[in-house]
Design a protein around this ligand. Sequence first.
Ligand code: HEM
Ligand SMILES: CC(C)=CCC/C(C)=C/CC/C(C)=C/COP(=O)(O)OP(=O)(O)O
Length: 295
Amino acid sequence: MANQVALTQRASWREYLELTKPRVVALLLLTALVGMALATPTWVAAEILIPAMVGIGLMASSAAAVNHLVDRHIDAKMARTLRRPLPTGALSPRKVLTFAMVIGILGYIVLELFVNRITAVLTLASLVGYAVIYTMYLKRATPQNIVIGGLAGAAPPLLGWTAVTGEIHAFPLLLVMIVFTWTPPHFWALAVHRAKDYAKAEIPMLPVTHGIAFTKTCILLYTILLTAVCVLPYLVGMSGWLYLAGVSVLNLIFLGYAWKLKYRPEKLTAWKMFKFSIWHLMLLFILLLADHYML
Ligand code: HEM
Ligand SMILES: CC(C)=CCC/C(C)=C/CC/C(C)=C/COP(=O)(O)OP(=O)(O)O
């Protein structure tokens, strides 16, 4: 009996954790950390680093939980998402709403009290951008949904920077541009792989509205654009040769995938490109960090 109770409790913890899209939030937090680090020549003071990571992490998790809540009916129609806590009935909509509100408000208070107003307000704007503008409106309205909605997910490097300096600067905006141009190849590669799922759920993702061939062309064009945007931190003197050399290798591999997907696709090329997109962005931000502290 006691074991049974412990098992139920553990299962429910896992479900709340799943609501927060933990791996996505972890990568968002890495980009915020790099935004903080690049804002100062020394290491970031723990008094800012800890509350900024906690506050941004809580608010991004809250946005992810709202996305689970609002999308529960379409998630139930797609093979990839039908085992989520709301479609399975493991959590009720009321519990998810309460959870999202509690962690969202907590995150805002942490940023407002221990970081600064500008970071709190910009993080709130990102939460609204993803949970309301993207999830409730754009996702169902236009195939450009993820391009525009991508701005919310691209904001964390700027949030990190403002947490340390209290002001907006062109340097973190370059990092925002990198994540912004990375998002279409990241998502459309997955959408090509899962096009049937999105069609079944009647979500107007690009492969559904404009076909697979056109989506692959867009992926290739955005990947070329991303390659150019990634050079900007080096050109403005924000990063050095270590970043430039590393990011060039990453971009060559990413371009290779985009080219293969368009002209020589195999069954799993789109899925492999999606998987690589995550390594691409993670290693790119680690390179920025290494370049900043090692050189
Ligand atoms: C509008 C923008 C975005 C859209 C539509 C999008 C879409 C998706 C989707 C549908 C998945 C799930 C794939 C699966 O079920 O395996 C995914 C996975 C992922 N995304 Fe994104 N994404 C976006 C932006 C971002 C951003 C900004 C980041 C981080 C900086 C990110 C990081 C990740 C990571 C780490 C995963 C893997 C999660 C896992 O393995 O559980 N995404 N993305
Ligand atoms: C405060 C702040 C920084 C907010 C960041 C917002 C955030 C969590 C962005 C992640 C983007 C993402 C995973 C989109 C997928 O949604 P989807 O509904 O298209 O994918 P799904 O079908 O897997 O749910």
